[in-house]
Ligand binder design. Structure first.
Ligand code: PFF
Length: 534
C-alpha cells in the first residue's frame, strides 16, 4: 500500500502563525512583563534576547528539522532518526538507573519510580524515550493550561456582564479566590475551553489549525494594540513604562539570567513535541530559518506589547504590579475598573478576549501533539483521536480544577502523593496545580531540551540535520558571515573563503553541540537546587 501523503501547511505564513500561536500564550502576558520589570527592565530584555538567540532559536531549528525530516509525531520522529542503538543513550540510561537505585535506597519512592522508569525506557528504546517524554510533558501541561483558559473565559464573561467592578486589589483577590474555590464552575469552563481548542483541530492542518491561526493571531494583535494604546495614553502611564523597560543594570543578576533562560524555553513552547509535530507538516521547500526567526520576533514583540498594555495602566491607576495569576486576576480587574470614563469593563473585556485567544492557540497546539501521536502511531482517525485526547486529558485537568486552593477537595490524591513522595511533599506543593507546573517547567522541559540538543548534535548529527535545514533556505546559511556582513562577498579574492569559517550553519552547530547542553544543564541543576557556583 502506498504511504498516504501527509498533509502540508498551505503557506509559510500559515505555518509561522500556527507556531507563533503555540508560542504566544500566558507566558508572554503574565510572566514576561513581570520578570522583566523585576530584573532590570531593558537590561533584562537584552539578556533575554541573548538567551532566545543562543538557545531558543537553535533548538527550535532542531525541532522543526526533526519533524520535517521524518514527517512524524514527536515519538515516531526520534524513533525514526535513531538508526542503531546509541551508546550515549545507554550511558544516560545507566546514570539514571544508578540515581534511581540511590533514590530507592534513601526512601524517595515516588522519585525513584519516575527515575527508574525513565532509565529503563532510555535503555530499551533509546532516544525515542525523549519523544515520549516530551509528549507526556505536553499532555501534563495541557491538563492545567486549559484550566487557566477556563478562568480567563469566566473573566471575559464577567467583564462584559459588569461583574468586575472592584474597588481595590483585595476585593478582586477575594472574588477570584471565591471563584476558584467553586470547582464545579471551574471544571465547566475548563471543559468548555478545551472543547473550543479541540474544535480548532477538527479540520486538520490546513482547514483546521492553519485557518484558525490566520484569523485568531491577527485578532489577538489588534486587540493588544487597542489595549496598549488606551493604556499608554492614561495620565501617569509613564511610571509603568519606566518600571517595565528602563534599563537598570544594577538589578541584573545571575539569578535573573537563569530566569531569562528558563523563560526562553517556555515561551517558545520548546521540548514539548509541539514544534516537532508542526514541523512534520511542513513542505520541503519552505525556509525553516526565516520561519523560526519570524516566530521568535512575533513572540518577543507580543511579550513587550503585553508589558506596555499592562504596567502603564497598573501604575496610572496607582496599583502595584504582581506576578502570574495575581497580576491577571487580582491587579488587572481592579485596575480596569478605575479607568476614566466608566468604560473599564470594555477594556477589561477586550484584554481578557485577547488573553483567551493567546491561551486557546497554545492549547490547540498541545492537543495536536497528542492527536498527531495517536494518528501516526496507532492509525486512529483524526476525529476519534481528538475525542480521546479531549476526554483523557480533560479528565486529568479536573484534578487541577479541584485543587487550586489546596488539597481539601481531593484528599485521596493528597494521601497517595504523601505516601509515595513523602509527607512534606504535599506541604511544599500546596496544590496539584503548582505541582504540575513545577514538575513540567523545572524538570521536564529542561531535560527534554537537553536531550534534543544532544540527540541532534551527536546522534542524528548536525551534518544530517543541516541537510534538512538547508532545504528551502538558500545559500546564505552557508556563507561566511564575516565576508557577507563586511560587504566583501562579491569580491573574487574572497570567493575561496565564502563557504568557510563562521556561517549561520556552523554557528548553529556549535550552539547545539556545546552551548545548549552545557547551559541547559547548569540551569537545570540550579533549578533543582544543586549548588553550581552562583
Ligand atoms: N509558550 C506558551 C506561553 O508562553 O504561554 C506556553 C506553552 C504553550 C507552554 C504550549 C507549553 C506549551 F506546550
Amino acid at each position: 500500500m502506498a504511504a498516504e501523503k501527509r498533509e502540508n501547511w498551505g503557506s509559510s505564513l500559515g505555518f509561522i502563525l500556527a507556531i507563533a500561536g503555540s508560542a504566544i500564550g500566558l507566558g508572554n502576558v503574565w510572566k514576561f512583563p513581570y520578570i522583566t520589570g523585576m530584573n532590570g527592565g531593558g537590561a533584562f530584555v537584552l539578556v533575554y534576547l541573548f538567551c532566545i538567540f543562543l538557545l531558543g532559536v537553535p533548538i527550535m531549528l532542531c525541532e522543526i528539522a526533526i519533524g520535517r525530516r521524518t514527517g512524524k509525531d514527536a515519538y515516531g520522529a526520534f524513533k525514526a532518526l535513531q538508526l542503531r542503538r546509541s551508546r550515549l543513550a545507554n550511558l544516560f540510561g545507566v546514570m539514571l538507573l544508578a540515581s534511581g537505585i540511590y533514590l530507592l535506597a534513601t526512601g524517595g519512592y515516588g522519585f525513584a519510580f519516575i527515575t527508574l522508569v525513565s532509565a529503563l525506557l532510555l535503555l530499551k528504546i533509546g532516544f525515542a524515550a525523549v519523544g515520549l517524554w516530551s509528549l507526556l510533558a505536553a499532555m501534563l501541561i495541557l491538563s492545567y493550561y486549559s484550566v487557566v483558559g477556563g478562568w480567563i473565559l469566566e473573566y471575559v464573561w464577567k467583564s462584559f456582564s459588569g461583574g468586575l467592578n472592584f474597588e481595590n486589589v483585595q476585593d478582586a483577590g477575594e472574588a477570584f479566590g471565591a471563584f476558584v474555590d467553586n470547582p464545579h464552575r471551574v471544571a465547566m469552563w475548563h471543559l468548555f475551553f478545551m472543547g473550543l481548542a479541540a474544535l480548532m483541530l477538527i479540520g486538520g492542518i490546513q482547514k483546521g489549525i492553519e485557518r484558525w491561526s490566520k484569523i485568531l493571531m491577527p485578532a489577538l494583535f489588534l486587540l493588544l494594540v487597542a489595549v496598549l494604546i488606551r493604556s499608554v495614553t492614561l495620565s501617569g502611564a509613564g511610571a509603568g513604562a519606566d518600571f517595565f523597560l528602563r534599563p537598570d543594570f544594577s538589578k541584573l543578576s545571575a539569578e535573573g539570567a537563569l530566569v531569562a533562560l528558563g523563560h526562553a524555553f517556555y515561551t517558545l513552547s520548546l521540548a514539548m513535541g509541539i514544534t516537532i509535530t508542526y514541523g512534520s507538516y511542513l513542505a520541503k521547500d519552505r525556509n525553516i530559518f526565516s520561519s523560526a526567526l519570524w516566530v521568535v520576533l512575533l513572540d518577543t514583540v507580543v511579550a513587550v506589547m503585553a508589558g506596555l498594555a499592562i504596567f502603564p495602566a497598573v501604575f496610572a491607576m496607582g496599583f502595584d504590579p504582581a506576578a502570574g495569576p495575581g497580576l491577571i486576576f487580582r491587579v488587572l480587574p481592579a485596575t480596569f475598573n478605575h479607568f476614566p470614563g466608566g468604560m473599564g469593563w470594555l477594556w477589561a473585556g477586550l484584554f481578557f478576549l485577547m488573553l483567551t485567544i493567546a491561551a486557546l492557540t497554545s492549547t490547540a497546539a498541545l492537543l495536536e501533539s497528542g492527536v498527531t501521536f495517536l494518528i501516526d502511531q496507532f492509525r486512529v482517525p483524526r476525529l476519534p483521536a481528538i475525542l480521546l485526547v479531549y476526554v483523557s486529558i480533560g479528565s486529568l485537568g479536573l484534578l487541577a480544577c479541584y485543587s487550586t486552593t489546596g488539597w481539601e477537595h481531593i484528599p485521596g490524591v493528597k494521601s497517595f502523593l504523601a505516601a509515595v513522595f513523602g509527607g512534606d511533599f504535599t506541604v511544599n506543593y500546596t496544590n496539584w496545580f503548582d505541582l504540575l507546573d513545577a514538575f513540567t517547567s523545572n524538570w521536564m522541559l529542561p531535560l527534554g531540551g537537553f536531550f534534543t540538543a544532544i540527540f541532534v548534535g551527536w546522534i542524528w548529527t548536525v551534518r544530517k540535520a543541516g541537510r534538512e535545514l538547508r532545504l528551502g533556505a538558500g545559500d546564505v546559511v552557508d556563507s561566511n558571515l564575516i565576508t557577507l556582513l563586511s560587504g566583501f562577498a562579491g569580491e573574487p579574492r574572497y570567493r575561496m573563503s565564502r563557504n568557510q569559517g563562521l556561517t549561520v550553519m556552523t554557528l548553529w552547530g556549535l550552539l547545539i553541540r556545546y552551548a545548549a547542553p552545557v547551559i541547559i544543564l547548569i540551569l537545570f541543576l540550579k533549578a533543582v537546587g544543586v549548588p553550581v557556583g552562583f
